[in-house]
Ligand binder design. Structure first.
Ligand SMILES: [Zn+2]
Length: 377
């Protein structure tokens, strides 16, 4: 866990802000990427040095023919998500399109510095902007872009619409929530939603979209990709979105999970299915104890990282359940969620899209009402 107590800039910042606003703002600080967790420090699969490092992301070997691209958002959002590439005897695949073409170019160039082998595909783990906006680099290089069959439709349903809008129009209903806030805490939470939404809208508005052109049917999964001496198994789980794919290399106990698994942040539930998501992460916990996970965001992790994410999700669910049973209306309950000490340095995409949306979905489920999904615009 990171400790900012010596940070000069934060001290100054705190001195000038209201205590509540400061508390919330501190939780959104771009924390430096944490070091590998203790159980992984001596893991012989993980190379101690990266083969390439741009600051905003670095790429290191994590297995035989396997590389992880790890983003460090404290140094820039060009990549924003993690990714990687997998190289067999006959072909390679790459994972993720990142938030910008700088992220995808970095990964492609680094792969090309390792091998000139044919690249069979660049694969998006799900449809979100920070995993797909750099896809055009792959298209321009003649590399097919693969994804879950619903990814193009999800992208097409949202991002072109935003591109036809301006930021102020898009944010107007959310600005109104700030203006109408009944308490300081509600106002700070509403402001955090504006920050989160702007952080999606702006990169989307600056990008020429490139949709996946090779669609993977979830009904045909698990699906094997044979790269020659390296077999990758693709599986579909519902959780963070309804298009999530994971990539397992069973021979080496290594898994790339996309955002079904993340480190150092509250589960981002913009388009999620929290109950199914918790079941999916619980399933990860049953995988071999020496499994190495490349999460969608955060540091490479082992089962200790899976356990930590589960405990964060459990905390949200437990506090929501207490309020539900006490008859607290959902809007008030979500405002009252208390970030426990052990997650105080966890990043929050925004309050509304981590806490409130998750509470709303749990409440709906517990009371037998339909659970709203894709409803953030
Ligand atoms: Zn995502």
């Amino acid at each position: 866990m990171n400790n900012f107590s010596n940070s000069f800039s934060r001290r100054n910042f705190l001195a000038g802000a209201s205590s509540l606003g400061a508390l919330y703002a501190a939780s959104r600080f771009a924390l430096p990427l944490p070091a590998l967790a203790a159980p992984l420090i001596d893991d012989p699969r993980i190379a101690p040095q990266p083969i390439a490092d741009k600051g905003f992301a670095s790429i290191r070997k994590i297995g035989n023919g396997l590389y992880a691209t790890i983003a460090d958002r404290s140094k820039g959002l060009q990549a924003r998500c993690n990714g990687g590439f997998l190289i067999g005897r006959d072909a390679a695949i790459m994972l993720e399109g990142f938030q910008t073409t700088l992220g995808s170019s970095f990964q492609l160039e680094t792969l090309r510095s390792v091998t000139q082998i044919p690249i069979r595909a660049a694969i998006n783990t799900h449809w979100h902007f920070d995993h797909t906006l750099g896809n055009s680099v792959y298209g321009g290089a003649g590399i097919p872009v693969w994804a879950h069959a619903d990814v193009p439709a999800r992208i097409a349903a949202y991002y072109p619409k935003w591109q036809a809008q301006d930021l102020n129009t898009y944010l107007a209903p959310w600005q109104k929530r700030v203006a109408d806030a009944k308490s300081d805490s509600q106002r700070e939470h509403a402001k955090s939603d504006i920050e989160g939404l702007s952080g999606m809208f702006v990169p989307v508005s600056q990008t020429v979209l490139a949709l996946p052109n090779h669609l993977l049917d979830p009904a045909k999964m698990p699906m094997e990709i044979d790269l020659g001496g390296l077999t990758v198994v693709v599986e579909h789980y519902i959780g963070h979105t309804d298009t999530d794919l994971i990539f397992r290399v069973p021979d080496q106990n290594i898994i790339y999970t996309g955002d079904l698994l993340t480190g150092g942040q509250y589960p981002v539930n913009i388009n999620g299915y929290p109950t199914k998501w918790r079941e999916t992460v619980a399933k990860f916990a049953t995988f071999d104890k020496n499994t190495l996970f490349v999460p969608g965001h955060g540091q490479i992790m082992g089962q200790e990282g899976v356990a930590e994410m589960r405990s964060c999700f459990d905390d949200v669910a437990e506090q929501a359940e207490k309020s539900y049973k006490a008859g607290v209306p959902v809007e008030d309950a979500a405002e009252r969620y208390v970030v426990p000490e052990k997650f105080k340095n966890y990043r929050m995409f925004s309050w509304g899209f981590t806490i409130t949306r998750t509470y709303e979905q749990f409440y709906a489920e517990w009371s037998g009402k339909p659970v709203k999904i894709l409803n953030y615009s």
